[in-house]
Ligand binder design. Structure first.
Ligand SMILES: Cc1cc2nc3c(=O)[nH]c(=O)nc-3n(C[C@H](O)[C@H](O)[C@H](O)COP(=O)(O)OP(=O)(O)OC[C@H]3O[C@@H](n4cnc5c(N)ncnc54)[C@H](O)[C@@H]3O)c2cc1C
Length: 527
């Protein structure tokens, strides 16, 4: 993973001339290309952890797994939001951990939490490092040091129960590896977020992730049937049955807890039989309102495709749903529908579902575009993040944000966020798509592009604050799938109210009395 950007540096992409022209003519981007500093030039604070504490950590995991090198610290500094990348590109490593520690078992994680609690060392669980909400930022003063707890050595498939369709994994397994391991059993998880190539199963659970095929396979939190969690006060082992009436479901307390309550050391996941067939296709709608009405009809009446995504007029015009041919979009609103079939999934044949959905989409005013747009989307489905690096280098800021709401409130939410972004940024390019639908509502995912000002981080923070306030006021949730981290903490507090906040604080105080687990993330500090 590129430390200052996304993905494999060999796959970095030059901006096509159409895009450069768009930036110049439409957004007024004039800045010359600004390359990132070299990794060796990133400025890090000195290692604050004392030798005895480093020795105690090495006593738990072995000295080979306590890293304090410049490179290891840089690679575990922050996540992959645009402000994170802007700071890293400028050589600002002020949020670096003092050490990177790689445990090899649940027992080692538990022992590390004991050592760190006793020594008041902050612990930031680190999966794939793809957080976009400030979930991996070292806390300020108040600790004797900070470690990134890299879960990469916990990378095994532990068991497969083909009868129940449950697979048990360690948390550091990256998504492509999970799919590869399951494919050997004829199974799939079906979780394909845009961060698929690098994110881990533990990170998906900790941040309540949602993938591109969520209409068919569900969100990641729907897939988790059991969890083992190491906390400073003991072990939580949850999930004896798919559903239970035994009190509140404590699994839900761990899902979305973002490393603030404990470290997930294994997960039991619902898996599906691998699809025998996949088909993707495109449809065009005249307006976003018509397209969302068609999605609602599919979500409420069925048949629901496995993948369902609708770009608004601006996103369609720019062609963002097909990043490999960006800059050459069309008119109206592009809808991508994907169908997968698998024996025993209960989904029926691809042909039957495709025909059923086509009848609904036609009735709702859609024009079929055939397989080509679907294939283009499938081909480019993980490419957009590479484009962000090129845009940042070219003097444009590009960032995404997302929310969700009930169908009846979606137009208000859509307008409120766009207005807030325009108010804060002047004339940004704001694109939107819907890619996660439910019977009662859907998510809205915005991509914003704007010419960078002198301080692009401050510029984006201004926009983000305005968008957060608009989401809260318009009655949406502050996040549908990116999570809370530090960036959404205040808005999350507003969403759950003072009693909700006091519950979070009480759980935190009970599980993590020394307050060492990912301080500043998710849970507002006690006044
Ligand atoms: C380019 C890009 C595209 C993205 N696309 C999507 C998308 O389509 N859908 C989506 O849902 N998200 C998306 N994200 C956000 C991100 O990938 C998800 O939040 C993902 O769940 C994070 O997984 P990770 O393994 O990288 O976790 P990290 O980023 O390493 O950690 C995320 C949070 O969980 C905590 N954590 C990690 N592992 C554990 C553990 N084992 N136990 C306890 N806490 C833990 C961390 O401390 C942190 O607070 C995207 C991010 C990027 C950069």
């Amino acid at each position: 993973m590129l430390w200052s950007g996304w993905g494999d540096p060999a796959l970095a992409r030059e901006l096509p001339e159409q895009v450069r022209a768009l930036l110049r003519d439409f957004l007024g981007v004039r800045a010359p290309d600004v390359p990132a500093v070299g990794l060796e030039s990133v400025r890090l604070p000195p290692v604050a952890l004392s030798e005895p504490v480093l020795g105690a950590l090495a006593g738990v995991v072995g000295s080979a797994y306590v890293l304090t090198s410049h490179e290891a610290r840089v690679r575990h500094t922050r996540g992959k939001s645009t402000p994170d990348l802007l700071r890293m590109r400028a050589g600002d490593g002020s949020a670096a951990p003092d050490a990177v520690v790689l445990p090899g078992s649940h027992e080692e994680v538990a022992e590390l939490l004991r050592v760190c609690s006793a020594g008041r060392v902050a612990v930031i669980p680190f999966g794939g490092g793809t957080s976009v909400v400030g979930g991996l930022t070292a806390p300020g003063p108040g600790f004797t040091g900070v470690i990134a707890l890299d879960l990469g050595r916990l990378d095994r498939l532990l068991s497969v129960d083909p009868e129940s369709l449950v697979a048990s994994f360690e948390p550091g397994v990256r998504a492509p590896e999970a799919e590869r391991l399951l494919a050997a059993h004829g199974l799939t998880l079906g979780h394909f977020p845009q961060s698929f190539e690098y994110a881990t199963l533990g990170g998906f659970a900790a941040a309540r992730s949602s993938g591109q095929a969520s209409a068919g396979y569900g969100r990641f939190d729907d897939m988790v049937v059991g969890l083992t969690v190491a906390t400073p006060t003991g072990i939580l082992d949850l999930g004896r049955a798919p559903k239970s009436a035994a009190g509140p479901d404590l699994r839900q307390l761990v899902l979305g807890s973002e490393g603030a309550f404990g470290v997930i050391t294994s997960l039991r996941l619902r898996v599906r039989r691998a699809p025998e067939e996949r088909r993707y296709e495109g449809w065009r709608f005249g307006t976003f309102a018509e397209g969302t009405a068609a999605m609602r009809a599919l979500a409420q009446e069925g048949p629901l495709p496995t993948v369902l995504r609708l770009s608004d007029e601006t996103e369609t015009m720019i062609g963002l749903a097909k990043p490999d041919t960006i800059g050459s979009g069309g008119s109206g609103c592009l809808l991508i529908a994907g169908y997968e079939s698998a024996r025993a999934s209960g989904w029926g044949s691809v042909a039957a579902r495709q025909a059923g959905a086509a009848a609904v989409l036609s009735r709702m005013g859609g024009e079929p575009l055939g397989a080509e747009p679907g294939k283009a989307w499938e081909h480019g489905r993980f490419s957009a993040p590479y484009l962000r690096d090129s845009l940042l280098g070219a003097g444009a800021t590009v960032e995404t944000l997302e929310t969700a709401g009930f169908w009846a409130n979606l137009p208000r939410l859509y307008d409120a966020v766009r207005l807030a972004l325009a108010g804060a940024l002047g004339s940004p390019l704001v694109m939107c798509h819907v890619s996660h639908v439910y019977e009662t509502g859907a998510s809205l995912y915005f991509t914003v592009v704007v010419a960078q000002e002198g301080d692009p981080v401050a510029q984006w923070e201004r926009a983000k604050e305005a968008a957060n306030a608009a989401i809260v006021t318009a009655g949406g949730t502050i996040t549908h799938h990116h999570g809370v981290g530090r960036d959404h903490r205040d808005a999350y507090a507003a969403e759950v109210g003072p009693v909700g906040v006091s519950i979070l604080q009480a759980v935190k105080a009970r599980l993590d009395p020394a307050g060492i687990l990912n301080p500043g993330t998710l849970v507002p500090p006690t006044a």
